[in-house]
Design a protein around this ligand. Structure first.
Ligand code: PEP
Ligand code: MN
Length: 263
C-alpha cells in the first residue's frame, strides 16, 4: 500500500487545513514537551508568525530514563489543542501507549509515532484503526525497508494518511545526537507515494547544525521540516539543548524560503 507501484502519484495528506506532499510543505514547530499554557502560548505565537503551520508538543514523553519528566498527560493535550486553536494551527502530539490512542485522538489533529515505537506493531495497528493523519518517525536503526513496512502496518488497517519523518539514525560519533540521513528523502520518494519530512532537531541534537540540515532536507525534496523551538531552552523539561530560539527559527524559515520553498 505504501509503495509507488500501488499508487504512482504523490499522496497529499490533509491535517486540518494544512496539506502535506505533492509540493505542499508541513512546517511543524513547537517544544519537545508541553510544559505550561503560558509557555505554549508564547512559543505558538512566535512560530506561527515565522510561518509554522502545525504546532507540536509532547504530552506523553517516551523518556530514556523512567525518572525523567514523562509529560503532563491529558492536561498537556488540552493545553496543546487550545493554544494551537488560538493561533490557527492544527496540532500533532505523540501517542506512546495503545490504551491512549482514543484519548489522544480527542485532542490531536495528527498522531505522532516516535522513533522508539516505530516497530511497536500493536501501537501501529491501533493507530491504523483510526482515521487520524499519522506522523511516523523512523526508528533509530531502521532500514528503509523496515520503515516502509511500519507504514504498511498502519495502512493495512485502513488508515492511509501516513507522513514519514527522518529524525536521524544511530551513528558512532557522540558529537551529534544521531546521524542525519538526508539520502532517505529521495529514497522514499523513489519507493513510495507517501510524503516524507525531516526532523533535524532530533537528528543532530545541536542548534548550530539544525539550519544546514533543514536546508539540505528541503533541497533533497522533503515535504516539510519538523523543528523543536523553546523560548527558554535552559529551563526546558526535555530536549532543551537542541531547541532553537524563536528568533533562530524565524531566521531558518527565511532561509528555507530563499531555497525556494513556499512556506
Ligand atoms: C520528539 O519528537 O520529541 C521525539 C521524542 O522524537 P523521536 O521519537 O524522533 O525521538
Ligand atoms: Mn524531543
Amino acid at each position: 500500500l505504501a509503495s509507488k507501484q500501488a499508487h504512482p502519484k504523490p499522496t497529499i495528506i490533509e491535517v486540518g487545513p494544512v496539506k502535506i506532499g505533492g509540493g505542499h510543505m508541513a512546517m511543524i514547530a513547537g517544544p519537545c514537551a508541553v510544559e505550561s499554557e503560558e509557555r505554549m502560548e508564547s512559543i505558538a505565537k512566535s512560530v506561527r508568525a515565522a510561518g509554522a503551520n502545525i504546532f507540536r508538543g509532547g504530552a506523553f514523553k517516551p523518556r530514556t530514563s523512567p525518572y525523567s519528566f514523562q509529560g503532563l498527560g491529558e492536561d498537556g493535550l488540552k493545553i496543546l489543542r487550545d493554544v494551537g486553536a488560538r493561533h490557527g494551527m492544527p496540532v500533532v502530539t505523540e501517542v506512546v501507549d495503545p490504551r491512549n490512542v482514543e484519548l489522544v485522538c480527542e485532542y490531536a489533529d495528527m498522531l505522532q509515532l516516535g522513533a522508539r515505537n516505530m516497530q511497536n506493531f500493536v501501537l501501529l495497528t491501533e493507530v491504523g484503526r483510526t482515521n487520524k493523519p499519522v506522523l511516523l518517525k523512523r526508528g533509530m536503526s531502521a532500514t528503509v525497508a523496515d520503515f516502509l513496512m511500519s507504514a504498511e502496518y498502519i495502512m493495512a488497517q485502513g488508515n492511509s494518511n501516513v507522513v514519514l519523518c527522518e529524525r536521524g539514525v544511530k551513528g558512532f560519533d557522540p558529537a551529534t545526537r544521531n546521524t542525519f540521513d538526508v539520502a532517505l528523502v529521495p529514497q522514499i520518494h523513489k519507493l513510495s507515494h507517501l510524503p516524507i519530512i525531516v526532523d533535524p532537531s532530533h537528528a543532530t541534537g545541536r542548534p548550530d547544525l539544525i539550519p544546514a540540515c533543514a536546508l539540505a532536507g528541503v533541497a533533497a525534496g522533503a515535504d516539510g521540516v519538523h523543528i523543536e523551538v523553546h523560548d527558554k531552552p535552559e529551563e526546558a523539561m526535555s530536549d532543551g539543548p537542541q531547541a532553537l530560539l524563536p528568533k533562530q527559527y524565524a531566521e531558518l524559515m527565511d532561509q528555507i524560503r530563499k531555497v525556494g520553498a513556499a512556506v
